[in-house]
Structure formats: structure tokens, C-alpha cells
Design a protein around this ligand. Structure first.
Ligand code: GLA
Length: 405
């Protein structure tokens, strides 16, 4: 790391959150990885291989099927877009067969559809799939991404010494900060670090940070991520807020593994956590029911609430029922409203009762107007001590707003 970068890192850390003006609410969009992996077989599987055609097809769906206007703007290519070597000048280059127009032209296409452009790389010597990593090329690569029009970088942590993760992420972040182009910086640093984590440094460096294993296309994977989020310590939640977010990985709603009820669980949890809403699914072949969950404007509004407060676990009832809550806008006087997610991970139906006060809503003089956001059902006006009962089918969720009056 050069002296100027060390100095910058020393000046920035450890007490400031990253303030690059970006990700003031959790980023929303679409990413190749979970659904399309490292499929490079464009000969036999031309519609599903990692290619500019796949990216353009998903950009079209985001733009034309109502996603973009709800906020799903980032179109992100994950691993396996790269050529196996850098070019003669040492620059990164895409696989020429699958990205014949080049990365800048793909960015132009995405921008032309009113969307934003995301690219994957890795802070180490190679990406997880073995393509050239950023190591040794931070400045050149940051400039290359800016020239290509990137708006978002997902930076992985394979093939990197664990001890170097903090310094290298900060050094690459300093190169991004030196660009004229604002670029969201998404990190996997805490996931690869294993722990303990210096979230002060992580939040000062990255706009979002993956802290759990890769989501897979099945229910147990969503539950395992929820169990890990249930173990976050109280002081860690404060690091989430405008400009920086915990990233529990992609939404797999619309894929093969979740029922619609389980999809409601993932959407409710991600929204209550103020998590990035980055889908990885096939938007060309998604059911209307799954699309409706992803496009529920009220649930999205909870996720995107401008207070940016990450929800906390308020009730753990047995192993399988949880209540999470976060303060949200609007205010009535000094009182905020609340969003509440009631989740059942178990195979049996259950009931979960709570009061607005328990959810953190105790102050509004006029009480709270209750609404369940999946059904749209109006739950009437309640006072802070009144009981609300969520009746939860197996592996399902309800999500409420309690709007201060
Ligand atoms: C890691 C990341 C995934 C994905 C793959 C790509 O496993 O955690 O999200 O980017 O690498 O190889």
C-alpha cells in the first residue's frame, strides 16, 4: 500500500461511515450468480450462459416488467465474465466470445434502459472461479471499471490472505474514492475474515458487506442465514444505515427452491433488515405470484425506509417463531412508526402475539394504524399496549406497518 493511500486510510478510519453519497438506501437490482452460476456454455445453452446477451435480456425485463420503477436498478454480472488473462497493457478484459461488444458497450446498453451497471471482481489474486483478480492492479482496475461505466462493484475475497483483507479493501476503496465516477462498493470482507470483525473499519470502507455464506436455492439456506442474523450482537446493528448495509446475499424468490410462503419469509426478513434487494432469478420465466412478492411496493418501502435503521430481533418464541421490528417513517410528532415481521420457520402453524410497545412503538399520542403488507388487510387502530396476534401458517411470514397517528 502506498504512503498516500495509508495516510488516507488512517484519516478516514476508524470513526466515519463511508460517505460517497451512494447507497443511501439499500441497493436493489439483479445479479447473475445464484441462478446462472458460471455457466459458460453458450453453444449448448445460449440463453442461460454468462454473456452480454443474458445481461441485456435481464436489463430488458427489469425495465419493461415494472421492477425498475420500484427501485430494482442495478444489473450486475458476477464471476466468469472475465478472460483468463489480462490484455497486453495489463488491463482486465471480458471473454470475447460471450461479451463480443465489450464491457463499455454493455454498460451503455444498461444505462440506455435507465438502469445501473454492476461488475464482479475479487480483491485477491484470482476470483473464486479462477479468473484474474485485482491484486497488484488496484488503480488500473478502478480506472478501467470507471471507463466502462460501472456504477457498482461486487468485490469478492477468494485467494487472499485473511490478514490482508482490511488493508487491501481500504486501498482499493481509496482508488474508487479517487475516481470521478461514483461507484457503490460491495464487499465480502467479513465473510472471508470469519471473525472477529472490525465493523468500524468495514463500514468506513464499504457500502455493503456480506457477512454470511452464499445463499443457495433452498429453504434451509434462507433459514441458516436468518439464524446467523439472529446472533448478531446489539452493538453491530448500529453500523447499518444510509451509506452502509449488512448484505445477507441474493433474493432467490422466483427460483426453484422456495414455496411462495417461504418467499414471503425471505422478502420480509430482507426488508426488516434493511438489506440490499438483489434478485438472482430468471425474470424471463418467473411466476406472477413470485413477481408479486418481489414487487410488493409496501414491503419494498419498509426496506427502503429513509431512516435506514436495521431491524432487531424482539421475540424468539421456541425455536421457530420470531418477531423482528424496526422504526420507520412517517413520524407523528416525535413518534416514529414501526415495521414488524412475524416469521415462522417451523412445519406447524403457530401464533405470535405482540404489542406495538414491544416492537418499539410506544410514543404516538393517537395510537398506531396497523396494516399487514402481503394481504393489505387493515388491522385497525391500536394503542401501544394492545395485543396484535399474527397467525402464521408453516414456513410463512407476515409483515406489518404500525403507522404513528
Ligand atoms: C463466492 C461469492 C459468491 C459468488 C462466487 C463467484 O462464492 O460468495 O457470491 O460471487 O464467489 O465465484
Amino acid at each position: 500500500m502506498s504512503l498516500s493511500v495509508s495516510l488516507l486510510v488512517a484519516l478516514l478510519g476508524p470513526c466515519l461511515a463511508l460517505d460517497n453519497g451512494l447507497a443511501r438506501t439499500p441497493p436493489m437490482g439483479w445479479l447473475t450468480w445464484e441462478r446462472f452460476r458460471c455457466n459458460m456454455d453458450c453453444v449448448n445453452d445460449p440463453d442461460n450462459c454468462i454473456s452480454e446477451n443474458l445481461m441485456k435480456a435481464m436489463a430488458d425485463r427489469l425495465a419493461e416488467d415494472g421492477y425498475a420503477e420500484l427501485g430494482y436498478k442495478y444489473v450486475i454480472v458476477d464471476d466468469c465474465w472475465l478472460n483468463s488473462t489480462r490484455d497486453a497493457e495489463g488491463r482486465l478484459q471480458p471473454d470475447k466470445d460471450r461479451f463480443p461488444g465489450g464491457m463499455a458497450a454493455l454498460g451503455d446498453y444498461i444505462h440506455g434502459r435507465g438502469l445501473l451497471y454492476g461488475i464482479y471482481e475479487d480483491i485477491g489474486s484470482e476470483t473464486c472461479a479462477g479468473y484474474p483478480g485485482l491484486q497488484g492492479h488496484f488503480q488500473l482496475d478502478a480506472q478501467t471499471f470507471a471507463e466502462w461505466g460501472a456504477d457498482y462493484l461486487k468485490i469478492d475475497g477468494c485467494n487472499e490472505r485473511r490478514a490482508d483483507l482490511p488493508e487491501d479493501h481500504a486501498a482499493f476503496g481509496a482508488e474508487l474514492a479517487a475516481l470521478e465516477r461514483p461507484i457503490v462498493y460491495s464487499c465480502e470482507w467479513p465473510f472471508y475474515e470469519l471473525g472477529p470483525h472490525n465493523y468500524t473499519a468495514i463500514a468506513a470502507t464499504c457500502n455493503l458487506w456480506r457477512n454470511t455464506h452464499d445463499v443457495q436455492d433452498h429453504w434451509e439456506s434462507v433459514v441458516s442465514i436468518a439464524r446467523l442474523y439472529s446472533l448478531l450482537e446489539a452493538e453491530q446493528f448500529q453500523f447499518a444505515g444510509p451509506g452502509g448495509w449488512f448484505d445477507p446475499d441474493m433474493l432467490i424468490i422466483g427460483d426453484f427452491g422456495l414455496t411462495l410462503a417461504q418467499s414471503r419469509v425471505q422478502m420480509a426478513l430482507w426488508a426488516i433488515w434493511a438489506a440490499p434487494l438483489i434478485m438472482s432469478n430468471d425474470l424471463r420465466a418467473i411466476s406472477a405470484e413470485a413477481a408479486a412478492i418481489l414487487q410488493n411496493a409496501d414491503v419494498i418501502a419498509v426496506d427502503q425506509d429513509e431512516l435506514g435503521v436495521m431491524g432487531r430481533l424482539k421475540v424468539q418464541q421456541g425455536d421457530d417463531a420470531q418477531l423482528w421490528a424496526r422504526p420507520v417513517l412517517p413520524r407523528a410528532g416525535d413518534a416514529t412508526s414501526c415495521a414488524v415481521a412475524a416469521v415462522n420457520y417451523g412445519d406447524s402453524a403457530t401464533e405470535l402475539s405482540f404489542t406495538p410497545a414491544l416492537a418499539g412503538c410506544a410514543e404516538a399520542a393517537g395510537g398506531y394504524r396497523v396494516r399487514e403488507l402481503y394481504s393489505g388487510a387493515d388491522g385497525g387502530l391500536v394503542q401501544p399496549g394492545d395485543t396484535i396476534t399474527a397467525s402464521l401458517p408453516p414456513t410463512d411470514a407476515l409483515i406489518y406497518t404500525l403507522t404513528a397517528q
